[in-house]
Design a protein around this ligand. Structure first.
Ligand SMILES: *Cc1c(COP(=O)(O)O)cnc(C)c1O
Length: 393
């Protein structure tokens, strides 16, 4: 079996495009020959078209995109920002980067934000940084109706939903801003990188200024008209976090093949899901018909299991080469941190989320695995869970 963290190589056409940028040496996005349109600028146009957004800014990381979005919608130091209790560290990190404070919202057993808890907390903030964690999307129509009704602006963290959609609307296009990541473990790979998309002239202009465009914003083509910058160019700080042409060159060919890659991820996901379904003691996470997801990782629940038994499942699977992550461990390991791990921000106890996270198991689905690998992985998990569960009941 392959490695759970090994991604596919960069495609040859992307390597060639990157080499061409190195050969001419104009890596900075504003360093262009006369008449040339920078790779970063072209990528922004292509990504905006891909998700159907008016504007796109290519930036240094997904975390940077989120912090920039928070600044661009006007979040100030000391403000509250609603966000998911179940997400990864860059999300509360982006809130901390602007000096704001997270107000966490519970996670449901479907691994989406709990709309009831959200409704109860809407009065406490003007912005929701919504994380589609591990690619699970809540009822976005219901969420937007709630947030619109309360005047809460929504910024979507689409690190795990690039290429996904809810009710045929691309992920990142329901709220005011969508943020994406292009680092190695996401859906297109430039090592690091990110995007911010919006239809709002003011947010787009501010994001471009924030990203470090000096007064060269007219070089952006997926951008609002010059008037949008008239005032804000004097009052918006430059917090450099641009994407360079080398990364953009790596990403443009990958964006073109993303739909095919999504299909390949989903073949593998479906294989594993089918193999796990109806395992006693194990609950698969059901997807809704409105969700067009990207199965780049898979989760399941061992509901109400005792900790030592979960630990035994993890250890037995690992000894057979299957690396599972557990969000219920006492201490975060690798990516498995949770709301109470981020001690720079106060977090009242969330018993409902704790109960879900206590049994939550997570696994990457790299494209370097074959479908046979996926069937084998599911069989190993099924046998192991079965053995430990039978002994316990
Ligand atoms: C990876 C990730 C991000 C963005 O991460 P960067 O490493 O800053 O690109 C945001 N949210 C989630 C849930 C992520 O997993």
């Amino acid at each position: 079996m392959g490695s759970f963290t090994q991604q596919e190589p960069i495609p040859e056409d992307a390597i060639e495009a990157a080499v061409a940028v190195m050969r001419h040496g104009r890596l900075h996005r504003y360093n262009t020959a006369s008449g040339e349109i920078a790779e970063a600028t072209l990528l922004e146009q292509e990504f905006a078209a891909f998700v159907g957004a008016k504007y796109c800014v290519a930036v240094a990381s997904g975390g940077y995109a989120m912090a920039t979005a928070l600044r661009a919608v006007g979040v100030q130091a000391g403000d509250n920002v609603l966000s998911n209790a179940f997400t990864l560290a860059p999300v509360p990190g982006a809130i901390a980067a602007v000096g704001a404070k997270p107000v966490y919202v519970d996670v449901t057993e479907d691994l989406v934000i709990d709309l009831e808890d959200l409704a109860a907390k809407l009065g406490r903030a003007q912005v929701l940084l919504l994380s589609h964690m591990r690619g699970h999307m809540c009822d976005m129509d219901a969420l937007m109706a709630l947030c619109d009704g309360a005047g809460v602006r929504v910024i979507e963290d689409c690190a795990h939903t690039m290429g996904a959609a809810w009710n045929d609307v691309p992920s990142g296009r329901h709220g005011a801003v969508g943020c994406y990541s292009c680092q190695t473990y996401k859906h297109i790979n430039a090592g690091e990188g990110g995007f911010l998309v919006t239809d709002d002239d003011d947010i787009a202009a501010r994001a471009i200024m924030l990203s470090g465009s000096y007064m060269l914003y007219d070089r952006h083509l997926a951008a609002p008209p010059p008037e949008a910058f008239d005032q804000i160019r004097y009052e918006t700080p430059n917090i450099s976090g641009r994407m360079d042409n080398l990364r953009a060159a790596l990403l443009r060919p990958q964006l073109r093949t993303l739909p095919d890659q999504v299909a390949r991820w989903n073949e593998r996901y479906t294989e594993i899901e089918a193999g796990l379904r109806n395992t006693p003691g194990l609950s698969v996470i059901e997807r809704t018909v409105q969700e067009r997801y990207v199965g780049s990782s898979i989760q399941f629940l061992l509901k109400d299991w005792l900790r030592p038994q979960i630990e035994e499942v993890l250890a037995r699977c690992l000894s057979r080469g299957v690396e599972l992550k557990w969000f219920g461990a006492a201490d975060p390991v690798g990516f498995t941190s949770r709301y109470d791990s981020w001690r720079y921000a106060p977090a009242p106890a969330m018993p409902k989320s704790d109960a879900v996270l206590a049994g939550l198991i997570d696994m990457r689905v790299p494209l370097t695995f074959s479908r046979d690998d996926c069937r084998l992985i599911a069989r190993i998990i099924r046998e192991t869970v079965g053995t430990v569960y039978q002994r316990a009941t």
